[in-house]
Write a protein that binds this ligand. Structure first.
Ligand code: GDP
Length: 424
């Protein structure tokens, strides 16, 4: 296969990790190109069950090189904890199969502190941050007030740079939030501890990728979250602080000129959303509880109950367009098996008028869903491996969604395990 991106079409948690895990065997390199340790990509394979936060989901596949690109928020403390956890389950992680871009910026302890301080200041207007420091990190990156991972290789330069940044950051910590100042000794102790651990993995991954391209190797780009959380195209301001869309993959991975041949968009067979922000199809009460339980919809990173509802055609079509998806993986079809009738949000009503178009963010609060129902299939489909194994009603659901969102559904996932999938 040639170059491919695996991306989320909706609000995240669509099952991207299981798709990367499934498809990695066809690629030489897997790159995470944006976001940080706030992701929770669940992978179930021969090594066990994992919730990957920063490590690319190709880390389990022998011979595959995994890269953390320049676009990620590199939290070396959490990355190291994650590496230790995965290694403890029998997976080999060495500088041969994991490479960290020397141009990735370091997420520092003060980013996490500031995330918590700002959410506390916002009180009931909070954004529902995972408090991993992602928003303060990307704000600093755009102000050019971060240090690059490669600077860990130049200790004297690093200390001078951190001292300058600290002087500036302490103004915000102490004067804006009334928090204690950080000392350079505390900061250096943290950097020397965790920085030292990840140092062997740091290299010029841009050059590595360019060489890999020249040798005809294929690259899989792995995103975090989904279109509707994209900083520029999502439900602003309830987005993440980076760009999960496939168009950002070349920039955030270190191969700015790469052509991506296939974009696999991952869509859940129903809707879920973690955190704050408008969620037009949201269910409450008993029916929400039933769906949440059936789908095990609790955050992989935070354990928070996910908000749930029927599939949202309006948001999904928009998500497909933002991603430029060429193929769709529809996941968690098996979860809908308990329903007699399958609800589908086909349109929105905004300001009293029906619309197929995803509204401007501030209009979303007043948008109402138009719900139609399709026949359920009334049996367990988790054993299906071929298109013909699916009952007619399930096939009808897939082809209906496909038509509505304007993109072929090439994969229908019927369980979390690697082989629980129908490939059309
Ligand atoms: P990601 O962040 O997009 O990788 O998604 P998450 O890992 O947060 O959430 C997806 C969840 O659904 C995980 O617990 C997966 O193991 C699980 N999952 C993925 N595909 C399927 C499926 O087809 N059926 C079922 N029952 N679970 C699935």
């Amino acid at each position: 296969m040639s170059n491919c991106a695996i991306v989320g079409i909706n609000w995240g948690d669509e099952g991207k990790g299981r798709m990367v895990d499934l498809l990695t065997k066809d690629f030489d390199v897997v790159v995470r190109y944006q976001g940080g340790g706030n992701a929770g990509h669940t992978v179930i394979n021969e090594f066990g069950k994992f919730a990957l936060h920063l490590l690319p989901s190709g880390i389990f596949t022998k011979g595959v090189v995994n890269i953390l690109g320049n676009g990620v928020a590199l939290d070396c403390e959490n990355l190291w904890t994650e590496i230790e956890g995965v290694v403890a389950q029998g997976v080999s992680i060495t500088p041969e199969n994991l490479k960290i871009s020397d141009r990735a910026s370091l997420l520092l302890p003060w980013h996490r502190d500031l995330d918590g301080l700002e959410e506390a200041r916002l009180k009931d207007k909070k954004f529902g941050s995972t408090r991993q420091g992602i928003a303060p990190f990307y704000s600093d990156k755009f102000q050019k007030k971060t240090v690059l991972a490669g600077e860990l290789l130049y200790p004297e330069h690093l200390k001078a740079h951190l001292t300058d940044l600290l002087e500036w950051k302490n103004l915000t910590l102490t004067k804006v939030y009334g928090a204690p100042a950080v000392t350079i000794d505390e900061l250096m102790a943290w950097v020397e501890n965790y920085g030292e651990k990840i140092k062997p993995f740091i290299c010029d991954t841009g050059k590595f990728l360019r060489d890999a391209q020249k040798e005809g190797k294929s690259v899989l780009f792995e995103a975090q979250l989904g279109s509707l959380r994209d900083l520029d195209y999502g439900i602003h301001p309830y987005t993440t602080s980076s760009n999960p869309i496939a168009a950002y993959a070349p920039v955030g991975s270190g191969l700015p000129s790469v052509k991506i041949d296939e974009v696999v968009g991952v869509v859940k067979a129903y809707s879920t959303c973690v955190g704050e922000g408008p969620f037009t199809c949201e269910w409450f009460g008993e029916e929400a509880e039933k769906l949440r339980e059936a789908g095990g919809e609790y955050g992989a990173k935070t354990g928070r109950p996910r908000r749930v509802g029927p599939i949202d055609i309006v948001a999904t079509r928009y998500g497909v367009e933002c991603q430029g998806a060429t193929n769709i993986a529809l996941t968690k079809m098996d979860v809908l098996s308990y329903m007699d009738k399958i609800p589908v949000c086909t349109k929105y009503i905004v300001n009293g008028e029906e619309t197929d178009d995803f509204p401007f963010p501030c209009l979303l609060d007043s948008a109402k869903p138009v719900i139609e129902y399709m026949d359920g299939w009334g049996c367990d489909i988790s054993g299906a491996r071929k298109w013909e194994d699916l009952p007619e009603a399930a096939r009808n659901y897939v082809t209906y969604i496909e038509k509505q969102i304007g993109c072929r559904i090439g994969y229908v996932s019927v369980g979390p395990e690697r082989d629980s999938i129908v490939i059309r």
